[in-house]
Ligand binder design. Sequence first.
Ligand code: GN1
Ligand code: MG
Length: 361
Amino acid sequence: MAEVLKIIKAYDFYSPIDTVERISGGNINKTYKLTTSDGEKYILQKINTSVFKDPDALMDNVVAVTTRTNAIKKEKSLDKTEFLTIKFTVDGKSYYSGPEGCYRVYEYMPNSVTGTVAQTASAVEDAGRAFGLFDRILNCGEPLALHTVIRDFHNTPKRLADLCEIYKKAPESRKIGVKSTYEYLVGQGEFLQKNYDFFSGIERRVVHNDVKWSNVAFDRKSGRAVGVLDLDTVMYGCIADDFGDGVRSFAGPEKEDEISIGAIGVDMEKYKAFSRGFIGELKEILTDDEKAAFICSPICIALELAMRFLSDHLGGDVYFHTEYEGQNLNRAKCQAALGRDMEARLPDMQKWLKTEVFDGF
Ligand code: GN1
Ligand code: MG
């Protein structure tokens, strides 16, 4: 906390900071809510530089994205939607860098809350709409110049090769309880390769790359989704990956480390709600290949996350923040079980998308 008090001196908050509150939730960065004596709120984040090795590139992207989204909000009078805004340091920099690490400040989305809104189908549809709108406006007009902040982010064959490599080297103590999940994932190699090859040939677009429940801000009173958070992984990629991520997060179990197998599966009502919201905003710009990629993308993303969580468990929990021993293994098992359930429901999901959302493309 002493560290935080020092960082805030790099900013002019117009009135003194009264309270600093740690916000839980993110797996990578550390987040705090700051409140001034006038009741103004800000978000302070410590950037995890082991994950984001080039903070200049990361913050160049954030500035490019926030500038574009806020310009479009103004131009199109998008009064009901909020976009993140960076607060610059008194020296005019987009982030603070010093011996304490790298920190940045966002203005707080007014009257918003995260995580507390019930995950009902209508809230899911609304959240889908917020992400769809975000992706749509980042892909209109002059193409944005963005850095690739993490290479091979959705390269599932590489994620699998990395997992196999880590598995070979991992101590026996980390392999306890891992075998069946590991073997299941290895068995998905052909499926992942086929889809990765297909996705790689599809139009590159600016995509959010972290479409999950905790990255949606809701209005405190109305409960409507007002905007999307977390711009760290906004990069060029395949828009189907955002759809897949949204499905696995919004229509899967609410807890990412759910261990009760009976509670792990796709909620088809929420699947439909998310598709309506997300695709409703994007329908006009999607190509047939993109639409086709939406069918398998939720399975690919669930398996990708299962591989990432399992690799981190085997490698000693160095990437994702954990709150208890074995959390990454539970997360991996949960995503693998979700992948399996989606596989079984694939015909239903495909039918719904083709007939109800894409008018039989
Ligand atoms: C990480 O830190 P957070 O929660 O925004 C991860 C995402 C995963 C997500 C799973 C840079 O995001 O890729 O989908 O956890 N971010 C990075 O909850 O790896
Ligand atoms: Mg993120």
